[in-house]
Design a protein. Sequence first.
Length: 597
Amino acid sequence: MKRNHIFYLLLAATLLISLCCASCGKHSVPPVPDEPAATEPDPTTPTEPDPTTPTEPDPTTPTEPDPGTPEEIPIRWQNGGALRFLPEEPIAVPKLSEMVYTRPDADKLIADIEALTEKVPGCDDAEELLNDYYSIAVQLHNLSSMDALAFFRYSMDMSDGYFADEYDYCEEQYVIVDEKENGLYAAFAGSACRDELEQAYFGEGFFLYYDDFNAGGETYLDLKQQENDLLFQYYELASTADYSSYSQIEENHEASGNIFIELVKVRQMIAEAKGYENYMDYSYACVYERDYTTDQAREYLSMVKAMLAPLMENSKIAGQYSYYSSWSESKSMDMLSAAAERMGGPVWDSFRFMSDYELYDVSYSPNKMGIGYTSYIGNYESPYIFVDPDSKDLLITLFHEFGHFTDWYYNYCIAGDYETGETYSQAMQYLAFAYADPFSDSARAENLRATLSDLLVYSVLQEGAYADFELQAYALAPEELTVENLDAIFGQCLEDYGIAGISDVRFKSNYWSVYQHFFAYPGYVISYSDSAVAAMQICRLEAEEPGAGVDAFCRLLNRTHGKKFAAVLAEVGMDSPFEEATLEKTAAFLKDAFDMD
Ligand SMILES: [Zn+2]
């Protein structure tokens, strides 16, 4: 048991780091860069609002009380998200600093889930099952809210032992609850009421994923245990190392690399147990449930190599990302406020909600965690932003997080997918600079180019190279899986994407052996790359015709919930990153922005 406890602690530490988004990680001081956002909604939780009820805030009406009236209760309608079965009532939103944490009763939640799971096979009354489920949904919502709140308090003051322990408790319970929840959904998937449950609450196709949940049997569970053990070994090794240091990477290179190799072998067997020939195919389809395949990803990557990587030959485009303007805490909020007001509509609504209820913290404090993230307090249907300003990148991190905030405010933190989520945040980096005041024309132009350079180098190319490496690593025969071969493949990827010369540990041929995503989130990194191409399209529209980028951003806010990345882009009339013409336009736009021939 002790071992499990340590694993949970390590897992908690991972999730904690993983709250940073792709770009936030880059701009803060990450022990491990570029993490997927753990607080982004779990794709396995019900995401669709009932299409027959008007759950979206009307963007044309202000969501706040008139500031001239002594209205005490801020209005935020409850029924946007997972609790939409409750009566539609306004909820009072306190300031973030005044929200109260109380330890959630996880034992009751777990017992309730277990009881319902047992009940499902013998019950053919969908309404009865749903009523039982609703009380569980309220508790799940509360657990996630308290988890987010405990993390906020802990990240505000890392010396606070109480909230460190409470956050740890919530994360530990989450692991158990998650497993129980999956069991419940698998039971629903196998029940006679399946269709009725989907229609009434969960959304069409929700249980498809759970058909597969128990498939694989004992072999699968045994392999998952092996995978966890290997992951544990990786964390154990990483826990005493600083992977921003060349020498410490070199020191663990062989040992950590060999753990990765064993993980690849085990994961290939997991894929086989699930009926797939290759783990990456399995991961893209089943773990991340993408609406594009590894073959489409390979085509995308070869186009990136051919059309975008050559831009790195120009030193301006390769180095511009370090030229962001630096501003103090209060000025940064003023700047964002001015930008949001000029963008108007849902962006301005979202900013005012954030500002009126102080759902952000960008203050200086020596005990703050050195990251930026956006999280969500479901009990108040309120996102919040956390940024450690103790770096020159306060402004760009704030802009990035505000992109997430606007999406989550507008869409009640309803999951689409990571690609769509990062499109909002990365596009907002550019849009906020385009609208913020006060900038001289030349400073504005410089910041806009810095954003483009940043998106190209760190998102499209770096993460593209990493995704390419992963696809190649998982295609190797077992005897070809050696540290030397993987060094060579990773080094070649860095060359192919034009980023081998950058002086940073992440661009060295041994970095694969310590990069957390390759261990903990296999198959993930492609999301950073293709979402940045989508975000750049919004930048391009804005550059070509002021206002057009904001319009595209707002159309994207109105996406149909439950649709995935490629389908969402098609729905809102944006070009697909998987089309050659899109990448051609992107390359032409970048050349133009950097005055290249
Ligand atoms: Zn992000």
